[in-house]
Write a protein of this length. Structure first.
Lengths: 115, 113
């Protein structure tokens, strides 16, 4: 069965809207979750590492004020795309890992389309 | 930082043939190398992985080899089937832990009946 639940699966909204995406770990507690972005026909690019109870760690070039990450519990991380614009349209995927030295499990992804 | 190169970008084979996808990485501290299969519009699924203390790992029709000296690792699929058609991504861990991954650019595999 699914290890990671990600919602919503598809979002279409107007430019300027803020969009929240949830990532839930179903089978284990996850102190660390990862957020990726994937543009069409491209690879997965790590955006940030979500750390339970502390600030997220963002990769170079990712605006932390635009992509807000909250990891308030051991099973839930949220990514909020603030004031989204058409260039933010992409496939956003989260992943979780049971702990150090364990493989990552991916959510089903959220396809975000900004009109 | 870590850089992962993946070749070829596209690969077309006939059903029953073998397929090989190659990756190179730059960070000598990388110690975990997973391979993911992604079908159109779906999430990446882990198909096999290898750790740096092992040179080869096999799971039925899928095998992965690792050459730490050359910083190369490869995915081998034997007896390919049409349902193997997908995009395959290699990845390498950043630093000494397993957790953060850098992905290759992907290989679109097409298996023709």
């Amino acid at each position: 069965g699914a290890v990671v639940s990600q919602h919503p699966s598809w979002v279409i909204c107007k430019s300027g809207t803020s969009v929240k995406i949830e990532c839930r770990s179903l089978d284990f507690q996850a102190t660390t979750m990862f957020w990726y972005r994937q543009f069409p026909k491209q690879s997965l690019m790590l955006m940030a590492t979500s750390n339970e109870g502390s600030k997220a760690t963002y990769e170079q070039g990712v605006e932390k004020d635009k992509f807000l990450i909250n990891h308030a519990s051991l099973t839930l991380s949220t990514l909020t795309v603030t004031s989204a614009h058409p260039e933010d349209s992409s496939f956003y995927i989260c992943s979780v890992t049971p702990g150090a030295n364990q493989p990552q499990h991916f959510g089903d992804g959220t396809r975000l389309s900004i009109l | 930082g870590e850089n992962v190169e993946q070749h070829p970008s596209t690969l077309s084979v006939q059903e029953g043939d073998s397929a090989v996808i190659k990756c190179t990485y730059s960070d000598s501290a990388s110690n975990y190398f997973p391979w993911y299969k992604q079908e159109l519009g779906k999430r990446p699924q882990l198909i096999i992985d290898i750790r740096s203390n092992v040179g080869e790992k096999k799971d039925q029709r899928i095998a992965v080899t690792l050459n730490k000296t050359a910083k190369h690792f490869s995915l081998h699929i034997t007896e390919t089937q049409p349902e193997d058609s997908a995009v395959y991504f290699c990845a390498a861990s950043i630093g000494t832990g397993f957790q953060k991954l850098v992905f290759g650019t992907g290989t679109r595999l097409l298996v023709s009946p």
